[in-house]
Design a protein around this ligand. Structure first.
Ligand SMILES: *Cc1c(COP(=O)(O)O)cnc(C)c1O
Length: 395
């Protein structure tokens, strides 16, 4: 049996998205910047895709900029807000300890350039506290960037309240919503969001296409110099096929959220309930405040990498943290941020399911994971010491 349980890393391209993109790879290959009518048909499609994305987010079309994905959107939002801030001598940025590296590494770069960065604690449940944010806000804060949903543990932040607080203090608020868009209802007006990053390949559009929402009164600087595409804010010939696919996939996902969410949530809860029966295991992140499809658990006494390799042999694709950090032996910064000791963080497993996941696949997961954990523990000297009481159990 083959079970793809790594939808937080990437998703398959849906039939809807594929059908939407194909004409732009074959028949309608004109460059939208060209003036003849053959290309103008393509220009119209770009406008249509932008309208669709805007509608799904409660935004206006002119507030949507297409990019190459979540990483670029995050970089542009943060670098732009930093430049705007510098003009007013505001060089303080607030974020959290468990952001995606596209955010954290951009902030590191800004620190080297003289900006001051405050990373908020996300507490044991992986949720930011408003009082922590309130205490961190300063006169010279030029940006608050807090992710909507975490990519490793799936916890969802109080975005509307964070946005309201930032709005009241006159500080722009950006959210990396890559894990939430297409999976949760999002309205940038209602949620007081000034800038939002999204990525197509996390909701069944292809890789390499994303978007950045920027509220109309917020100035935006470009990262990439060149032509005047995206109203001068993002140079480069448009990835029209990608834009059409992203818009189609997003529209389909948003229309189906209310039907799909209860089913995915029920399957996720079954995984949590079954795997929690494994002794010395724990669920990472708040039990309820989470995206429908993501489960992250730790099993004491085993190595995440070994677990993944054995699961792979049983046909299960899973992850031990984010796709970006696997391959490194350091435990994930996300798991450390919620206070897990190094040795526990090493034994983590992320399963992220989606709308194409079936009950039979969940059956396979909840049967195989406990077997593999037991098998690894039987061979583990660390587990042996824990069981003999040489070392105390940590979870
Ligand atoms: C996947 C992901 C990104 C990066 O998006 P790409 O389109 O792969 O560049 C950024 N942030 C989060 C939370 C993600 O899950």
């Amino acid at each position: 049996m083959f079970v793809y349980a790594d939808n937080a890393a990437t998703t398959s391209v849906s039939k809807t998205a594929l059908d939407a993109m194909l004409p732009f790879l074959t028949e309608y290959y004109g460059n939208p910047s060209s003036l003849y009518s053959f290309a103008q048909q393509v220009t119209e499609k770009v406008a249509e895709a932008r309208e669709t994305v805007a509608r799904c987010l409660g935004a206006q079309p002119r507030e949507i900029y297409f990019t190459s994905g979540g990483s670029e959107s995050d970089n542009q939002a943060i670098m732009s807000a930093a430049r705007v801030g510098a003009r007013k001598n505001k060089k303080h940025i607030i974020s959290t300890k468990f952001e995606h590296h596209a955010v954290l590494h951009t902030l590191k770069r800004l620190e080297k350039e003289g900006y001051e960065v405050t990373l908020l604690d996300v507490h044991e449940d992986g949720v930011v506290r408003l009082e922590d944010l309130e205490a961190a806000l300063r006169e010279d804060t030029c940006l608050v960037t807090i992710m909507f949903a975490n990519n490793e543990i799936g916890t969802v932040q109080p975005i509307k309240e964070i946005g309201a607080l930032c709005r009241a203090k006159g500080v722009p608020f950006h959210t990396d919503a890559v894990q939430a868009v297409g999976h949760m209802h999002i309205d940038v007006e209602e949620m007081n969001i000034d800038m939002l990053s999204l990525s197509g390949h996390k909701f069944h559009a292809p890789k390499g296409i994303g978007a950045l929402y920027v509220r109309k009164n917020i100035p935006l600087f470009n990262l990439i110099e060149g032509g005047g595409q995206e109203r001068g804010k993002r140079a480069g010939t448009e990835n029209v096929a990608g834009m059409a696919a992203l818009a189609a996939a997003l529209k389909e996902s948003c229309e189906n959220i209310d039907i799909v969410t209860p089913r995915i949530t029920a399957m996720r809860d079954r995984i949590i309930a079954e795997l929690s029966k494994i002794p010395h295991s724990r669920l990472n992140g708040h039990r309820e405040k989470r995206v429908p499809g993501t489960v992250n658990m730790c099993f004491e006494g085993i190595e995440g990498e070994a677990l993944l390799l054995l699961l792979d042999r049983k046909g299960i694709c899973a992850s031990s943290g984010s796709a970006c950090t696997s391959g490194s032996l350091d435990p994930s910064h996300v798991l450390l941020s919620i206070g897990l000791p190094h040795e526990v963080a090493h034994g983590s497993l992320r399963l992220s399911i989606g709308e194409y996941t079936t009950e039979e696949e969940i059956d396979h997961i909840v049967k195989v994971v406990p077997q593999v954990v037991e098998y690894l523990r039987n061979m583990s000297p660390v587990w042996d010491e824990l069981e003999r009481g040489v070392k105390p159990h940590l979870i």
